[in-house]
Design a protein around this ligand. Structure first.
Ligand code: GDD
Ligand code: MG
Length: 360
């Protein structure tokens, strides 16, 4: 039986409380809490037992996913009293694992959307006999990630988390946040204190000659750490670019959940999701956006690459582009909100109050 640890804790999230009251893994992406996609993909790859390692708002996970049986999984929940870091969180759930000392244990960062072939990562781990195997991906700007240079055989030569100086940027290969650990490596992490797997465990393993194997895979990959990335990821799930068995419906230009009401001449494109009970008015145009449950987009509004929180209200002819509107916020008619704007939950913006001009 393959088992996995899913890391969903830490110091909170940039999506909360700015936009939504829900912890990030539970914010709907393509109509279901984001975590559902990771759980369903793991199940599809043969994982049967998952331990959710969390440190915040843990009480929202268990009521929703329960024992995991609706997904064909057995899910357990472990909550840290204080955030233990990525390595500490892994060590903290070791007693819940059933694997023997040499068995592979999958570990996933909880904020990644990817088409990774999970079975291939496990196969790489087994054929190379590595202690830890890491999914690597290539990005244009690696500075926000863990840099992972490898030799010609894919063996990891260094692990440089969030490089500060230009000299440290030695590769465009980064840690994509999915690992296979030999079970005994999990047990070797110090218990009872915060540990960063990226800053402590991996460099120490390398220093002591352990075998860390990288598998570069150029499939779809996105870290959903920012609201903008979250909106993109949700749209890519709907469009079918990011594969997930948990998308509730057929992939295509739009996903309209049951009980949402969309005016016949409203135009929904680019992977837009409209949540339960939401209402989209006549002539509204929504592209590549997430509109959560119960939100209202009035006639003539134009919404592009934006996040409209649960129960939020977007007035007639208002333009949103790259905007994040918190749950319950009301944006009156004839406003224009662009790139990077964040409207707090329950805030009220009167009609014809904001327009955007770069004065270029
Ligand atoms: N349980 C628990 N406790 N989970 C934690 C903790 C903790 O104290 N700290 C972080 N996590 C979880 C987060 O919820 C997330 O799912 C994952 O561990 C990674 O933490 P982030 O805070 O999102 O790290 P990051 O995005 O800056 O960097 C990590 O991911 C990159 C890929 O997106 C690193 O692993 C990088 O090396 C990697 O490139
Ligand atoms: Mg992250």
């Amino acid at each position: 039986m393959t088992e996995a640890i899913l890391l969903v804790g830490g110091r909170g999230t940039r999506l909360r409380p700015l936009t939504v009251r829900t912890p990030k893994p539970m914010v709907p992406a393509a109509g279901v809490p984001f975590l559902t996609h990771q759980l369903a993909r793991a199940r599809a790859a043969g994982v049967e037992h998952i331990v959710l390692a969390t440190s915040y708002l843990a009480e929202v996970f268990e009521p929703y996913f329960g024992d995991g049986s609706s997904l064909g999984l057995h899910i357990e929940y472990v909550t840290e009293e204080e955030p233990l870091g990525t390595g500490g969180a892994i060590r903290n759930v070791a007693s819940r694992l059933h694997s023997g000392p040499d068995d592979p244990v999958l570990i996933f960062n909880g904020d990644i959307l990817t088409g990774l072939d999970i079975r291939a990562l496990v196969a790489t781990h087994e054929t190379t006999g590595a202690d830890v195997s890491l999914h690597l991906t290539r990005v244009e700007d690696p500075r926000a990630f863990g840099l992972v240079p490898t030799d010609a055989t894919g063996r990891v030569t260094a692990f440089l988390e969030k490089p500060q100086s230009p000299e440290e940027i030695v590769t465009d290969q980064i840690n994509a946040g999915a690992y296979v650990f030999r079970r005994s490596v999990v047990d070797s992490i110090p218990a009872g204190r915060p540990v960063s797997v990226e800053r402590e465990t991996f460099p120490e393993l390398l220093a002591t000659g352990a075998h860390l194997q990288g598998m570069v895979d150029s499939t779809y990959w996105l870290d959903l750490g920012t609201p903008q990335a979250f909106v993109r990821g949700s749209a890519d799930l709907v469009l079918g670019r990011a594969p997930s068995p948990a998308v509730p419906g057929r992939c295509g230009d739009r996903l309209v959940l049951p009980t949402a009401v969309v005016a016949p001449d409203a135009k929904l494109t680019g992977g837009t999701v409209v949540g339960e009970g939401a209402r989209i008015g006549e002539g509204a145009r929504i592209t590549g956006s997430t509109v959560l449950a119960g939100a209202v987009v009035e006639p003539g509004a134009v919404v592009t690459d934006s996040f409209v929180g649960a129960g939020a209200h977007i007035g007639e002819r208002t333009v949103l582009a790259g905007a994040v509107i918190g749950d319950g916020a009301v944006v009156g008619p004839d406003n224009e909100l662009r790139e990077g704007v964040r409207v707090w939950c329950d805030a009220r913006i009167p009609g014809a109050t904001l327009r955007f001009s770069s004065d270029q």
